[in-house]
Design a protein around this ligand. Sequence first.
Ligand code: FAD
Ligand code: NAP
Length: 709
Amino acid sequence: MGAGRGTAGPGRVAVVGGGMAGIAAVKALLQAGVEVFGVERAEELGGLWRPAPDTAAYEGLRLNTSKPRTEFSDHPMPAEWPDYPTRAQLLAYARDYAERFDVPRHFRTGTELVAARRTEDGWRLELTGPDGAYEETVAHLVVANGHNHTPRLPEPPYPGTFEGTTSHAHSYREPSAFAGRRVLVVGTGNSAMDIATELAGQADEVLISARRGVWVLPKTLFGRPTDQWNGALAAVLPWRLRQRLSQTMLWLAARGAEDPALPPSPEGVLQDHPTLSDTVPALVRAGKIGVRAGIERFEGRRVRFTDGREDEVDHVLWCTGYRATVPFLDPALVPDPARLPLYRHVFPLDDDALSFVGLMQSTGSALPVVEAQSRLLAACLTGRLRRPSRDRMLASVTAELHAARERWGDRRPHMRIDVDRYLRQVARDLKGVRKATPLAGRRVLVTGAAGTFGRALGARFTELGARVVGLDLHADASAPVPVVACDLTDPESVTKGVEEAVRLLGGGVDVLVNNAGRGGPAPAELRPSAEVHAQLGLNLLGAWDVTGAALPHLERARGRVVFIASRMAVLPLPLAAAYGVSKRALAAYADTLRLETGTHVGVTTVYPSMVHSPIHDSTREAGLSLDGVSRPEPLEGVVSAVVAAVTARRAPRDVATTRRGRAEMALARHAPSLADRIVRRTVAARVAAGAFADAPLAEGLRRRHGREG
Ligand SMILES: Cc1cc2nc3c(=O)[nH]c(=O)nc-3n(C[C@H](O)[C@H](O)[C@H](O)COP(=O)(O)OP(=O)(O)OC[C@H]3O[C@@H](n4cnc5c(N)ncnc54)[C@H](O)[C@@H]3O)c2cc1C
Ligand SMILES: NC(=O)c1ccc[n+]([C@@H]2O[C@H](COP(=O)([O-])OP(=O)(O)OC[C@H]3O[C@@H](n4cnc5c(N)ncnc54)[C@H](OP(=O)(O)O)[C@@H]3O)[C@@H](O)[C@H]2O)c1
C-alpha cells in the first residue's frame, strides 16, 4: 500500500454491527474525521458479549485469549482483572472503550440493516428502527456484523433419526437444564470444551464426539498465559518452525503426564483454530467426560460412531460452530462471505464502496485485528493511504490463500489470519502514513481556560481534534474554546460549572486538565494571609473539587486527569510559600487519587518551571520577583508536555517540561540538602544585589542576611 496525498472525505459512511468490530470501526473513522454512523439491531452495543437470546454468550464464558493479547492498543484492561477476564468484564470493557471515544452517540441502536442495495455512487440502505422502516443513502458501507451467530448444523444431516432432543451451542446458557440427562456434545472447538466442562458437574453422562483429532492447549504454559509465548518473534518466524517450538514446549510441559486425553490432530498444533482447556483433559482422565469418534448415524436414542461403538443419549448439543452470513447484501455480490477474496481481509477487489471488519478467523484475539483493520480502513477512506492496483491486490490475496490452504487446509482458508503476522503487516502498511488527529473526538475540560496556559492548551487540544470546554472565573468570549463561568473556590459554582461543561461536551469528559492557579507573595515566616488562603483554596481545593465533580465521567470514559503543578512543588523557593505548599499538596493529592482511581483513570502531574504569564505580576509588584532564581521556559513546552501525557498509551506519573526540569526534579528528590544549598546561595546573592530592597514582606529575609535598612 502507498501513502496517499489526498485528504478528501469518503462521504457518509455506515457501519453495520455494534460488536467489537463495529465499535472499533466507528471509533477509528470518527478519529479520522469521517462522517460516520453505526447501526446495531440490539438495544445495546457489545455484540456477542451481551447475555441475550441473540448471542452465543453463556454464563460461564471467559476469554480464552489473555488480557494483554486481547486489549485494544490504546485502552488497557484494568490491572486487577484476571489473566483471562470474564464475559461480563469484556462487555464492560467494550462499553468503556466505546464511551471513551464517544462511539455510542454515533450509533443507532435497536436498528437493523435489512437490505443494502448498491447504487451508482454508494448504497441505499433499508433500515428498521424504533420508529419503523426507513431508507438512507451512504457513500460507503462497512460490514461488521459478526460471524458467530448463525449456527452451523451438519449439512447434510447425519443419517437416521434421533428421538431425543437437540440444540446448538448458540442457545446454551447454563448447565442446570441438563441435570440428569445423557448429553452428547459434538465438536472439539472452544464451545464444546466449555460446555462439556459445565455439563460434567450436572448431567448424568457427558460424551464428546470428535470427528478428528484436536490439540487441546492449556491456558497457562510454564507459568504464563499460553498465548503470551507468541508475539514479536511469532511475527517473523516461519509457522512451521513455531509449530516445532510449540510442540516441544507442550511436550516438555506435559512430561510425566499420561497420553493426551483427546487424540491430537495429525496435522500438528498451529494448523487449527486453537482449542484451549485446562478442565476437559482432567475431566476425561477422571472419567467424567467420555470421548467418542465422529457420528455415523442415529437410531432412536442410539448414536453409532464411526469406530463402530454405540451409546444411548438423551440430548445432542451441536457445538459445530457458526456460518458467516451477510443476509442484507445481494447474494450475487457476496455468494459466500467465508470465501470472499478480501485484500488485507478488509477490502473487496471490485468494490471500493464496501469494506469488511471482523470477517476473519484469527489465531489469537480478534480485538487487535479489528482495531488494525479499522485503522487501515480509516486511512484508506481519508485518502492517507492508497490501495494497490486491482492486479496487485489479487496477487496478494491469491498468495495468501495459497499459504492459508497449506497451513489450514480447506477449513475456511479465506478467513484465516495469523494474528502476529497480520498486525505486523498492517503496521507496515501504515508506516509513514500521516496520523489522523490524535485527539479527535476526545472531550477535554480545562480549568483556568481564559489564562495564558489555558488558552494555549485549549487552542492546541482543538487543533488536535478534541472538543474542548473551559472553566474560568469569567466566561471569556475571546478564548479559543467555549468558557463556562465558574468560581473554582465555590463548591456550588463548581457543581454547576462542571455540569454545564459536560453538557457542552455532549455528555461526558475524557480528559480534565486542572490548570487554574494563582501565585502571589507569601513568606513562610508570616502568619497565613488572605493571599495564602486564596492560593490554597484555588490551587489545591479548587482542583480537588473539580476533579471530584468530573470523576464519575472520567471513570466511565477511562479518562485522564492532568494536574499542572509547578517545579516549586519539589523545589520550593522562599517568599512564595503558599504557591510551593499548594502545588506540593496538589501533587500529593494527585498521588492519592491515582492510588484510588488509577485502575480506571490515568493521573499525571506536570511540573513546569517559570513561564512568563500574569501569574507572577502580584509577586513582582510586591518587590518579591524571583526572576533570576527560576529559569523561564517557553509556554509551548508545557503545552506539549500536557498533550504528550494525555496521548501516551499509559498515563505517566510525573512529567517535567524541559530537560533542565528533569534534572532539577531529580536533584530535589535525591539530594534535597544540596538543592536547598543551591537555592539558598542563589537567593543570598539576589539579596546581596539588593533584589528585595524595597519589599516590606522581605524585611525578615533582608535582616537575616544582614541587609537591614
Ligand atoms: C463464545 C465465544 C467466545 C469467544 N471468545 C473470544 C476470546 O476469548 N477472545 C477473542 O479475541 N475472541 C473471542 N471470540 C471471537 C469474537 O467473535 C470476537 O472477539 C469479537 O467479539 C467479534 O466481534 P464482532 O463485532 O465481529 O461480532 P459480534 O460481537 O457478533 O457483533 C456483531 C454485531 O452486529 C449486529 N448485527 C448483525 N447484523 C446486523 C444487522 N443486519 N443490522 C444491525 N446490526 C446487526 C449484531 O447484533 C451484533 O451486535 C469468541 C466468540 C464466541 C462466539
Ligand atoms: N473464550 C472462549 O473460551 C470461547 C468459548 C467458546 C467459543 N469461543 C470462540 O467462538 C468461536 C466458535 O467456536 P465453536 O467452538 O463454537 O466453533 P468452532 O471453533 O468452529 O468448532 C466447531 C467444532 O465442531 C466440529 N464440527 C463442525 N461441523 C461438524 C459436523 N458436521 N460434525 C461433527 N463435528 C463438526 C468442528 O470440527 P472440524 O474442526 O473437523 O471442522 C469443530 O471441532 C471460535 O472463535 C472460538 O474460539 C471461545
